[in-house]
Design a protein around this ligand. Sequence first.
Ligand code: GLN
Ligand code: ZN
Length: 754
Amino acid sequence: MTTTIIGFPRIGHHRELKFATEHYWKKQISQDELFTIAKNIRQAHWQAQVDAGIDLIPVGDFSFFDSLLDTANLLNIVPERYRQLNLSPLDEYFAQTRGRQDESGSVKALSMKKWFNTNYHYIVPEFSKTTQVKLVGTQLFDQVAEAQELKVPVKAVITGPYTLLKLSRFIDEATPKEFVTDLISAYQSVLTKLAEQHVQWVQIDEPALCLDVTVSDKQIFDQLYDGILTNKPETKVNLQTYFGDIRDIYNDVISKDFDGIGLDLVEGPYNRELLAKTGFPADKTLFAGILNGKNIWRNHYANTIAELEGLNIDSNIVLSTSCSLLHVPYSAEDETKLPSDVQQHLAFAIQKLGEITDLDKIYSHQADGNTILNKNTELFSSVKHPVNETVRTQIASLTHDDYIRLPVRNEREQIQKDEFKLPILPTTTIGSFPQTKDVRQNRSKFRKGEISREEYDQFNNDKIKRIIKFQEDIGLDVLVHGEYERNDMVEYFGEKLAGFVFTQNGWVQSYGTRGVKPPIIWGDISRTAPITVKDTVFANNLTNKLVKGMLTGPVTIFNWSFPREDISPKESVTQIALALQEEVLDLEKHDIKIIQIDEPALRENLPLRKSNWFSDYLDWAVPAFRLVHSKVAATTQIHTHMCYSEFGDIIEAIDALDADVISFEASRADFTLIDQLVDANFQTEVGPGVYDIHSPRIPSVQEITDLINQLITKLPLEKIWINPDCGLKTRSETESFESLKNIVDATKKVRSEI
Ligand code: GLN
Ligand code: ZN
């Protein structure tokens, strides 16, 4: 059988692309040097696939920053303001990804959004009335030629026009429909070029087909592909979907002149039903996405083979991954410090290549197929995830009441106001203060064993003292300890909870040159010792003002980790929630009156189809958060914080978290969210960010005053908090100190005028 994958991680085995790109940005290497490094990376990745025995190798999945933007630029979709800088194509591309400010001019970057239900972020292409879609770029064809020279069996990869239109932004009243005709000819030109290069297959990625497809979406899809597939040249076209099923458009897809259709059989189990009920055309090839492209675990071969056999179709099948391997780290062989039972269950990108070819050997009854299968079965028969009976019993005995905090929020609101006696429009921050170089150095020295625990703590305590003093001096109302002890808001908690393990090199691209190294959930999760109590209490003892405790919420810890698969997400997240509940009660016992439980990633794992939002996710995610704080006293105020995404469509779920206060990112979105909150009769007190911490700009007192004045016309005065829109960790002290001072001054000004 033929084997393939949808795409390969592109940052390089040791993140070479990241480092080279950053060196290029700092003008430490030339464009040619960057190109050579990139070429070597591509070659190494193709070679790894050839060595593993993959038959069709994706080419075009490489990117200097983001594939969607690559496709846009290939098709001349570059906003005028970037062209006007008169830069080289590479610099014009980077200007779109990260903005530019120098003698050539000053432009902001295009915006960035989360790629479907992953933690990868894409650059949002922009169409305007002046956009002229046509094939202008050569990058894809150059890479194809490069691969062919190396005798790599090429499958060219490009993002499809439907997904491009769905994910792009349309300005000055331009609409997607206007671009359909030009997109058809542009994609036809792409196919013609690839045919001239004798490319056997092209994979057109259309993950957006796994979202809800409306009637007008469907018309656009039909128009696009009826056009593109007319007089199709020799090169075969595989319409590749992933991250879910394509129930809304399946009939249209199978009736068109595609040579292959790629379905995700892991995250889109309903695709199996479509195959069974509606059938699959015998003259087309099914690219069967049977190997999980997102998880990091070994595949259970016997189960996968049974699933493949169950497909029961007469067509050609190509064995493939469920999605691009972009979402997993490079190789599990790099991990040398994990317990061996964990280690042997890991499959990162390199191991997954081997798994695809293993599955082929088993499925097509090749000589060593049986041995491979038996070895795999044996591996799974011995797997033992650490079980914590106490936690299991606790979960089994949870009842409805465990998720309900009493008295109800309205009553608590009054009790807390009487207790805290805060001024109107109380001011606070989101938690972290700048992680300056000395803070990071202190941590790294401690990790390397160069300084003692006492020295490490002493340094952080001094930082806490200094920042408490600063907050008192400028007049903030609710203070924080600054989170100096935290490297990362999830890793920090993971390291202190039983059940997690950590990789040394498990980097996954988050966007551009940025990566994350998610913790792995391996066993049952429990709290073995207090986590944040010491630092919070230390800060609390330094001041008469209220100090807010800072926790990362259960859903965010779960969503930013690699989950285990032998128990449900609900079960794991409930375990985390119980561990955090202990921490919350411990903080409360130590006289911490305000506790913030951050959930920036709450929205992140929403299922792609709206109809599944509650049943598959919110129905357990929201209760998990409630469980964390349901047992605190009425006089303890629970805050939460959210950022990175739009919340307009899950307002009710957010209110249902039953927090007392929520702070969120709003300054960039022109406060549109506020109107939505008002419409939804939102009950939680709100702190919409009045300082965009993602930008080095310092907002002036006047600017913030105007924002606050806007806020108080929209929301009830007694429900408003004033704060930045996220943690200050990545900012410099100069910028953030001045900005915070301006926030407090602006608030005082507004208070005095009310
Ligand atoms: N409390 C965290 C901080 O201030 C919140 C971070 C986040 O929202 N991502 O850094
Ligand atoms: Zn945030």
